[in-house]
Design a protein. Sequence first.
Length: 260
Amino acid sequence: MNALTIKSLKSSVEEKVILNGVDLELPEGEIHIIMGPNGSGKSTLANTLMGHPKYKNIEGEALLFGEDLLKMKVDERARKGLFLAFQYPVEVEGVSMGHFLYSAVSSRNENGNNKDPKRIIQFRNSLKDNLSSLELSSDFISRSLNVGASGGEKKRLEVAQIMTLKPKVILLDEIDSGLDIDSSKLAARAIKDMRKEKISALIITHYPRIIDYLEPEKVHIMAYGKIICSRGIELAFDLEKKGYDWILKEFNSENGDING
């Protein structure tokens, strides 16, 4: 089964069309990469799928494990297993990371005793382990969410959230931005390890470095508000050497110059 099936998806911001007919399939348990020039619609795709209210005039189809994603409210999308890691993680003063994540996990288990001390201790120990695997201090559990964290720490904290919440499909918007080589390896290893639980990932990036660590099944190129090319991992390294001009020319020669 496909984790995500996207057909002819369109989306606008302030009456300007950004997504112009996106077609994409993400099979369950696979990692796919989206690359493309700035302004091609990559972040808009992630935010539209998550239900950000800024994006309007949505047309087409987006299915999450066969269910109509576009008809769901944002919280319902999250409960169904969709997770978006932001390009610029927000700081939430006064809400600790531990409380935030425990509340999120507990909301899925309405029949359980959310105040059970044993359950709280198990959760805290699990979160500690997740932070440790990303070389993050357990102090983050009691600190306000993302407050005082460096850019790289915020990105690793996003990965720690994924490890703790265990969503089914993750959308990562430039998760490697601001990460050094070692941190990129740690984040990529954590994401790869989650494949054992059949997690599916759609990762937006500009950098082939993390792609090498992730070993994705497919790389998609986005331009003109749509997916113009989908190939294997070698495509990312071709782009690093040659840039985007050649792939845009290839697309336009096959489809007519889209810019007129």
